[in-house]
Write a protein that binds this ligand. Structure first.
Ligand code: GLY
Length: 230
């Protein structure tokens, strides 16, 4: 079987490649986004997602400085890190895993589309293993949910490593979610996993059910499946 060697392009290299493909850099601001920003500034920069900073982010627009980190944070405090405003109605992270006809695996994740994020926020999407992860000999996984929490657990890497040890995609995705909710019981999110045989599964938490779409040789068209959440 012919296998491809993959190269990950980031930063300037990615921009250069996109330019070669014909994409032009453009200003994505619109009248609507400028107006949203103005209103947000007038409301004392609310909502904002700063935590453990001074001055109080609920009262002031900053600039902020880190508060000394509390040494023994309990589960309740950790759980409060999770942004409770995230839900299936107000954001969408799109994760995708593809196994091609030669058996090569690729994965990718969009950002979540939330507005008013902290400048420079990274989140899970661009972190290999957090947003998505693939291993050509095993399969791939992609995650969705609160990226500030997920980037601490590498749930996609977790799911792929579970599959490597013989777990089914459903068990692997479930175990990845369990490792998060042990510390963040209010976590809202999901993990989707696919192995190189094309078996797939998902697990989720904090919502009732999680829909995912699949297109394979077994299905003539895209099929939407749904899993009940933990
Ligand atoms: N899961 C995407 C994000 O939080 O940015």
């Amino acid at each position: 079987m012919e296998r491809t060697t993959h190269t990950l392009l980031v930063g300037d290299q990615a921009t250069e490649f996109a330019t070669q493909l014909g994409f032009k850099e453009e200003d994505l601001h619109s009248d609507k986004s400028r107006d949203l920003y103005k209103q947000w500034k007038q409301k004392n920069c609310q909502p904002n997602y700063w935590k453990n900073v001074v001055p109080d982010p609920k009262q002031s627009c900053g600039p902020y400085k880190p508060k000394p980190f509390p040494p023994n944070r309990n589960k309740q405090e950790l759980s409060e890190d999770s942004y409770k405003g995230i839900g299936s109605d107000n954001h969408d992270t799109i994760g995708m895993v593809v196994v091609d006809s030669k058996g090569n695996v690729a994965g990718g994740t969009s950002t979540n589309g939330l507005n008013h994020k902290i400048p420079g926020r990274v989140g899970d999407s661009p972190i290999a293993g957090a947003g998505s992860y693939v291993d050509n000999d095993v399969g791939g996984a992609a995650a969705t949910g609160d990226g500030d929490v997920m980037m601490r657990f590498l749930p996609s890497f977790h799911a792929v490593m579970m599959m490597k040890s013989g777990a089914s995609p459903t068990i692997a995705a479930g175990d990845a979610i369990k490792s998060i909710i042990r510390f963040y019981p209010d976590f809202v999110g999901a993990v989707l996993a696919v192995n190189i045989e094309g078996a797939h599964g998902a697990a989720c938490h904090g919502i009732e059910k999680f829909p995912y779409s699949i297109r394979s040789t077994d299905y003539s068209d895209v099929t939407v499946l749904e899993v009940p959440c933990m």
